[in-house]
Design a protein around this ligand. Structure first.
Ligand SMILES: *Cc1c(COP(=O)(O)O)cnc(C)c1O
Length: 294
């Protein structure tokens, strides 16, 4: 069952030395919880999977792109819970599938390609949505996803921190952290998309009135799934000093942003940050060999 944590202890690594300022920084290594259902995806999916089983559904439908961490995680989570899975994949079927999609198919997911236009409107091809199917929104965005993400903090000593910092795609994880935070704690979200003007609203819908969060929009390094030479240099340096690998779509941008924020005195002296390593390392295989030193 997905409600059982795959591993009892989730390491929290102190990387204060890397930043060398009066700010205490730790990383919650959610990337280490499961080889395939990595990082925040396990948490965002857990209550959706539970509900699908409780409602006696047999097939999970969801949406994603060719390199989607959500797609591969959903494929594995469904397989492990005896559910069938169908992935509605953005765009025409390519001549060669990405490693992500090949792996999703190995985990038993049926892949259905839909045009970019239908994808944008989330049009489900006729016949796929049956009484026995259960729909998980793109990226796990929604109430159930946020409730699941809130349980990430069950395994940490919350009072040790003043800030939680995370990368933000749909905002579901951030909303979950906001729900789980203690009074007075701040949640800082680094948006990995460019010009995502809906994001603030999407987060506020899911976090039930809390005002303890702030989204930063200036750290996308060119936009979603884009990267800059500076980001790649930083990721290699970060790995060299801390031994922590990051991905160029989400967590690399988070850690890079945090360094800039610390240098710009964004956090008051004495702050104690918990950075969420939300996984997603599989996407790095889309980079040319030798780009990263890990
Ligand atoms: C999906 C993902 C995110 C974004 O999570 P949201 O809840 O959609 O904001 C962040 N980091 C990684 C590694 C992810 O795979």
């Amino acid at each position: 069952m997905l409600t059982d944590l795959p591993s009892n202890s989730i390491p929290t690594i102190n990387i204060t030395d890397f930043f060398n300022r009066e700010i205490h920084v730790s990383v919650l290594r959610l990337d280490m919880i499961h080889p395939v259902i990595s990082g925040n995806k396990w948490f965002k999916l857990r209550f959706y999977i539970d509900e699908a089983i409780a409602q006696r559904k047999t097939t999970v439908l969801t949406f994603g792109g060719a390199w989607s961490n959500h797609i591969i995680a959903t494929a594995a989570a469904c397989k492990l819970n005896g559910l069938k899975a169908t992935g509605l994949i953005r765009g025409e079927a390519p001549a060669a599938l990405s490693p992500t999609l090949l792996q999703a198919r190995e985990w038993g997911m049926e892949l259905v390609f839909i045009s970019r236009n239908d994808y944008r409107q989330k049009i489900i091809p006729a016949g796929l949505l049956r009484d026995t199917s259960y729909l998980i929104p793109e990226g796990g965005y929604g109430e159930m996803g946020a409730r699941g993400a809130a349980t990430m903090l069950d395994r940490v000593t919350k009072k040790d921190y003043t800030h939680y910092c995370c990368a933000v795609g749909t905002g579901t994880m951030m909303a979950g952290l906001t729900r789980a935070a203690l009074p007075g704690q701040q949640i800082i979200g680094v948006s990995v998309l460019k010009n995502n003007h809906d994001l603030d609203r999407n987060v506020s819908v899911l976090c039930a009135g809390s005002r303890s969060w702030q989204l930063l929009h200036g750290h996308h390094e060119g936009g979603y799934a884009r990267h800059s030479p500076a980001l790649i240099r930083f990721m290699n340096e970060f790995y060299g000093h801390t031994g922590i690998p990051s991905d160029f779509v989400y967590t690399g941008k988070l850690f890079f942003a945090i360094r800039r924020l610390i240098e710009d005195h964004f956090f008051p002296p004495g702050s104690r940050l918990l950075l969420i390593h939300s996984g997603g390392l599989q996407g790095n295989v889309s980079l040319p060999k030798g780009t990263l030193n890990f």
